[in-house]
Design a protein around this ligand. Structure first.
Ligand code: IPM
Ligand code: MG
Length: 360
């Protein structure tokens, strides 16, 4: 198979972690007899610097033409006070929307070798294995009207949280489908005691559940879910939630996995005629400008995103499993970056990437 992949390194630690992810992609392709065609594009702050836009038209076209896109991270402190539509993040949000990748899958697993890296007690975290299914192209991130208007005491800011029935139905079905390949339990998270938006969410999810009588459904309010995630994380199998709640809860989930640097994600939308998912693959972590350029960042979230790409966009399950096994082998060897608090001196970003290739 030829794997035609667009790489968008982005900002901060993005280029460092994607370099290692690409190294692993090449290694796994060579091992299994696939070829790789890579293109590289500009997204985020680096794209603003070079072209004036966080999502240049050329990048968008390349993403639409690629079989899959691997993104590093976007965001730079120099844009901290810029309005949302002139920020690096806008490039990523625009790309997600343009690709129509409405389902963001964020697996959160407690790796045995990393139990001591979590600040939580080992007995609470041990055995945690969930997937957060985050709606990615709707909700308050995209709703209109939005903006800041007025001056002085009249100044006001508006955002709109909007979901339509079809948007909720398709993400709910995705969650139920995924649950069938797992422990058959979906927890839908909302704020239906306050928000009409969540009331519709809960009603539509409950209706969709009838198509999946073999999957158990329960509902949690988002504040309670935030607490249950650290009190009793093993209770979760598939966590289904809207865009902003999913953003927040998945960072909390990182504490269970030992470090946010560990978390991969797959953003998928419709299937192509070949049956493959249109996919955007990105580690959950941000651009971490404080450690950028120092060869310190944990590349395993980006490398795990390569595994997700192999599985969802190319249907290469065995290859994906080989990458995930190699990640586990590296974790067990203790050759990991500082965020995972290794017993000995921490490994560099590139040493971890090399170690994954060697384990492969
Ligand atoms: C994430 C990030 C993004 C989001 C930012 C960079 C726009 O936090 O993927 O979790 O909020 O979706
Ligand atoms: Mg986030």
């Amino acid at each position: 198979m030829n794997l035609n992949v667009l790489i968008l390194p982005g900002d901060g630690i993005g280029p460092e972690v994607t370099a290692e992810a690409v190294r692993v992609l090449r290694a796994v392709a060579a091992k299994f007899g696939h070829t790789v065609t890579l293109h590289e594009g500009l997204l985020g702050g680096v794209a603003i610097h070079r072209t004036g836009s966080p999502l240049p038209e050329e990048t968008l076209q390349m993403a639409l033409n690629a079989d899959a896109t691997l993104m590093g991270a976007v965001g730079l402190p120099e844009f901290d006070s810029a309005p949302p539509d002139q920020r690096p993040e806008k490039g990523l949000l625009g790309l997600r929307k343009a690709l129509g990748v409405f389902a963001n899958l964020r697996p959160v697993k407690a790796f045995a070798a990393l139990l001591d890296s979590s600040p939580l007690k080992n007995h609470l975290v041990e055995g945690t294995d969930m997937i957060i299914v985050r709606e990615l192209t709707g909700g308050i991130y995209y709703g209109t009207p939005r903006g800041i208007s007025g001056v002085g005491a009249e100044e006001r800011a508006v955002n709109t949280m909007v979901y339509t029935r079809p948007e909720i139905e398709r993400i709910a079905r995705m969650a139920f489908h995924l649950a069938r390949g797992r422990r058959r339990k979906v927890t839908s998270v909302d704020k239906s005691n306050v928000l009409e938006n969540s009331q519709l969410w809960r009603r539509v999810v409950t209706e969709a559940a009838r198509e999946f009588p073999d999957v158990e459904l329960d509902h949690l309010l988002v504040d309670n879910c935030a607490m249950q995630l650290v009190l009793n994380p093993r209770r979760f199998d598939v966590v289904l939630t809207e865009n902003m709640f999913g953003d927040i809860l998945s960072d909390e989930g990182a504490v269970l996995a030992g470090s946010i640097g560990m978390l991969p994600s797959a953003s998928i939308g419709d299937r192509r005629p070949s049956g493959a998912w249109v996919g955007l693959y990105e580690p959950v972590h941000g651009s971490a400008p404080d450690i950028a350029g120092q060869n310190k960042a944990n590349p395993l979230g980006a490398i795990g995103s390569v595994a997700a790409m192999l599985e969802y966009s190319f249907g290469l399950k065995e290859e994906a499993a080989a990458v995930n096994r190699a990640i586990e082998a590296v974790l067990a060897s203790g050759k990991v970056t500082a965020d995972l608090k290794p017993p000995g001196p921490p490994a560099t970003t590139s040493e971890v990437g090399q170690a994954v290739c060697d384990a492969l």
